[in-house]
Design a protein around this ligand. Structure first.
Ligand code: SF4
Length: 305
């Protein structure tokens, strides 16, 4: 589940140093393989990412995916000992105040130089990792040991695998640690879901999994809308999307927030483009009108209406 990836920028004169910005999310920090730091629009600060899918395999093939699958993965397996070490090193650097002195963070505006969360994101679907629960346990223990007991842990997921018993157990561990779940919902109809997320997994399964998870704790819906071959999502699709969310809330699911957003980095397909700020506002306005009890936040690509 990509929280966003981009070609890394290397600063002239500083070989190997990759600046972080909303427009650039290098999946590596100082040679790391599984743990990295990004400037996240949606977190409004620095997010530590954990990549459990270095093989870049995902059960979706979203047309807007920002994982670069044109290049071979650097690594295919997860070395959990190394992952633990990388996380501890990064957290210690943050604790000691040295993190934001690094050249990678020099262009990050001062108010955003805040460590906001640890997020399971990476180059695929985190719950697909066989020992996802074990890694969640490790991450919760490491952040506590590093002096970040209150730091939030977030799971970004397309919700297709969260019905697995072991994944549910992992999510309950995160619940007990004020964790958050950001579940992808990009469509209101099966047809549009298949157009955008390109998967054989039935839309009904995604909706059922979201409802099930939302009945157990409040969830965040992350809904990314784009222009596909020049056309944004039609009004009927947004209406159907609102119907699906209404179905979740009327079914006993709690939705703490809907994130309506668009691309900030180059997508997988050249026929995909971000929506303008005005288009995002119009979709968010309709969602607010139809779902008055659900908070909606918008995140833009920066293009005018
Ligand atoms: S769920 Fe979609 S956006 Fe996320 S990694 Fe898979 S293909 Fe990319």
């Amino acid at each position: 589940m990509s929280k966003d990836t981009d070609p890394a920028a290397v600063r002239p004169g500083e070989p190997g140093v990759k600046e972080v910005s909303v427009a650039r999310h290098p999946r590596s920090y100082r040679g790391s393989t599984y743990v990295y730091a990004v400037l996240s629009r949606r977190a409004r600060g620095i997010s530590i990412g954990i990549n459990l899918n270095p093989d870049k395999v995902c059960n979706f093939d979203c047309i807007y995916c920002q994982v670069d699958r044109t290049t071979e993965p650097r690594m295919r397996r997860v070395d959990e000992a190394r992952l633990r070490e990388e996380l501890l090193t990064l957290l210690r650097e943050a604790r000691g105040g040295g993190l934001f002195q690094r050249p990678e963070f020099q262009s990050v505006p001062e108010p955003l130089r805040v460590l906001r969360d640890i997020t399971f994101a990476g180059d695929g679907e985190p719950p697909s990792y066989a020992n996802f629960k074990g890694v969640v346990e490790d991450v919760l223990a490491i952040k506590k040991a590093a002096g970040f007991a209150d730091l939030k842990v977030i799971l970004l997921t397309n919700a297709t695998l969260i019905d697995r018993p072991k994944v549910k157990e992992a999510m309950r561990l995160m619940d007990r640690d004020h964790g958050e779940f950001w579940l992808k919902l990009d469509a209101g109809t099966e047809e549009y879901y298949r157009l955008v997320d390109r998967t054989t997994i039935p839309f009904a399964k995604v909706l059922a999994n979201i409802l099930d998870a939302a009945r157990e704790r409040p969830v965040v819906l992350q809904s990314l809308f784009v222009r596909v071959r020049g056309a944004g999502p039609p009004p009927e699709e947004i209406s159907a999307y609102c119907d699906r969310v209404a179905g979740i809330t009327s079914g006993g699911g709690r939705v703490s927030l809907i994130q309506v957003y668009t691309l900030a980095r180059p997508p997988a397909e050249s026929f995909v483009a971000p929506l303008s700020d005005g288009e995002i506002d119009r979709i968010a306005g309709e969602v607010r009108r139809r779902l008055p009890g659900v908070p909606v936040e918008t995140f833009y690509c920066g293009a005018p209406a």
